[in-house]
Design a protein around this ligand. Sequence first.
Ligand code: RUB
Length: 320
Amino acid sequence: MSVRETAEKIKSMEIRGAGRIARAAAEALRDQALSVKAPYQAAFRQEMENAAGILVATRPTAVSLPNAVHFVMAELTGAKTAEEARSGVVRRAEQFIQSSQHAVEKIAGFGARHIRDGDTILTHCNSEVALACIIEAHRSGKEIEVFATEVRPRNQGLITIRTLNDAGIKTNFIVDSAVRSFIHDVDLVIVGADAVTVNGAVVNKIGTSQVAHTAAEARVNVIVAAETYKFAPRTIVGELIEIEERPPGEVLADEIAKNLTHVTVRNPAFDVTPAEYIDLIVTEQGAIPPQMAYVIIREYLGWDIGEFHSSSALHNGQDE
Ligand code: RUB
């Protein structure tokens, strides 16, 4: 798929969820590298950097997106010819896609170990990797039940309940505001992440922090399932994760809103759950307490602090 098509699909949320967005960006960069005709390395690199910029600018919150782009583009600087650069991009894009899928499988295995036979699990939004943990627990023979939230305004909960239903897992579908009413029926909360900061805070679908706060109050453990490429290196130098605010029409129809002249509709797509409300983050490298997020960024993402100031392809205009 072309870079423009992929970018449009990410913006409109036809492609959504932090892992899928990252893989789609890697695929688009691979296809772009194969189709760019530039005969010289400098021109090839310029075209690839433009493509990377378009992809990174689509949605600002999921750190998996700039991390994937950074990974795929890493050898462009050192390549001497356009051919060398092209094969570097293609190889790394394929490596990213494969290792991302592998990471989901590993996390499913690790996460399922934290689910006990007889547990009732609550999940919010639609996270591929959180669901993979739940489905793996079910597959391994554990008797489990799930509460899934609706997830206003985009109703990602519908995707979640279809997946759980297809897997044959007993599921309760609730509106977002019913979480506190049911929290005492729940043994464990499992959600995904769009970003994990150096201090272990987790950025995920709006409402996640309310769910986690409610769970903490009820002494219910909260597990976050997140591949290491969702950890945010730039938070080491104090940068905040930008919270995407989406169009008000997703919350209230424009024809109703237009008559309510004193009303402003706010539609943040994500919120921040502090580390204190999270018991464990399950990554493909193993499960860590949120306070160990720095280790993941340093050991597994391999970012060098100097890159924060030099890799313009990753900047989405909000980071400067
Ligand atoms: C999706 C969302 C998901 C994370 C993790 O938000 O918040 O919980 O992206 O998903 P949106 P995954 O629907 O706005 O993209 O585990 O699939 O990467």
